[in-house]
Structures are given as structure tokens and as C-alpha cells.
Write a protein that binds this ligand. Structure first.
Ligand SMILES: [Zn+2]
Length: 193
């Protein structure tokens, strides 16, 4: 499907361009409109951003400046950014735990993105929970570093509330290639969701 075809189809669904662009598209329960392209339901805001602003780098999120999930005005959209070195660190630290837990709704990559968004943007816990379609509680636990502790954005990040926690994280980084202590956080995770 060419960009022109996609644009045509997208614009057909835009029914109002009064500041926020509104569509007649089906919305999920969080209010985000979805457009069907190549038999896949894609967030219309992502399609809008790609059509009018350009490519979305892998793993980056399209967020709303206007706080209106149903809006697809490209001028109201921005990319949730994070630092390359943070991604690099999480990839090096990736383990088989967590996302293989059938109870777990998030992957390490997503948790990394959540931590980056918490650190680098003003998005609220609620907003992030909507973006990732998980409960606010889950994002809250990630923010407090109660779950997914092994996913670290940066060694000196301030995700931990106390310096003791930070030291623990640093130790964990140092032990990355050694026998990392098994923790109970995955079992705990299944209780939360
Ligand atoms: Zn808007």
C-alpha cells in the first residue's frame, strides 16, 4: 500500500479539523482511534505522524500534546524520546525472565520505554498506562522500582527512591554476566495483573 493510498484512506476518516482533528474511526476503550491497514489495526495517531511528519523510529511512541486521545492532528503529536545509550544498556542487560512469564503483559523493551518516559517526559502514570494498555498500578510499581528491577535505563538513574536501591542496581549491573541473583519479582508480578 503506497503512502498516497494510505493518506487518501486516512483523510477520508478525518471528519473535523477544528484545532484537534477528529475521525469517524473505531476507537479502543481508551479512546484511541484505530485505522485498518493491511488487515492490521494501527493507532491512527501513528499513521498521522508518519504521513505528515515522517518516520517513527522503532520503539518510539507518538504522544499527544493536546491530551486528547481521539485527536490525530499531526501538529498535536510528538515523539516520546529516549537516549540511545539507555536502549543499548537495556539490550545488553536483557534476560529471559519477565516477558516469558505468561502472566506478564509487558516485555523488557516496553518496560525500558516506560522507564524512559517516566524519566524524560512529563507524561503522567495514567497517560503511560493508557499508552501501554496496562493498569496504572503496574506503571506505579515500575516507577517505584518494585517490579522489573532488572531493566535499568541508566546506571545512575533516579528510578530508585533511595541510594540503597541505587547501589543494589549498580551491583546488579556489575553482576550482569555472572550469576545474577534470582529474585521473586516475576512471581510477584503475576499477582498484580
Ligand atoms: Zn489535538
Amino acid at each position: 500500500m503506497s503512502d498516497r493510498t494510505i493518506k487518501k484512506r486516512f483523510e477520508k476518516h478525518v471528519i473535523s479539523k477544528d484545532n484537534c482533528w477528529l475521525t469517524d474511526l473505531w476507537c479502543n476503550d481508551k479512546g484511541y482511534p484505530k485505522i485498518s491497514l493491511n488487515k492490521k489495526r494501527i493507532n491512527a495517531s501513528r499513521v498521522s505522524f508518519q504521513l505528515y511528519k515522517g518516520e517513527i523510529p522503532e520503539g518510539i511512541f507518538v504522544c499527544h500534546k493536546c491530551d486528547n486521545p481521539s485527536c490525530v492532528n499531526p501538529e498535536h503529536l510528538f515523539l516520546g524520546t529516549h537516549k540511545e545509550n539507555m536502549r543499548d544498556m537495556v539490550e545488553k542487560g536483557r534476560s529471559n525472565k519477565g516477558s516469558k512469564n505468561p502472566q506478564s503483559k509487558l516485555t523488557e523493551k516496553e518496560v525500558f520505554q516506560i522507564k524512559a518516559l517516566l524519566l524524560e517526559t512529563n507524561l503522567t502514570v495514567e497517560r503511560i498506562s493508557i499508552l501501554f494498555e496496562v493498569s496504572r498500578r503496574t506503571i506505579g510499581y515500575i516507577k517505584q522500582n518494585n517490579i522489573w528491577k532488572h531493566v535499568n535505563c541508566v546506571a545512575n538513574s533516579s528510578f530508585s527512591n533511595t541510594s540503597t536501591d541505587r547501589n543494589k542496581n549498580n551491583n546488579r549491573n556489575n553482576n550482569r554476566n555472572g550469576n545474577r541473583q534470582k529474585s521473586l519479582e516475576w512471581e510477584q508480578l503475576s499477582l498484580f495483573d
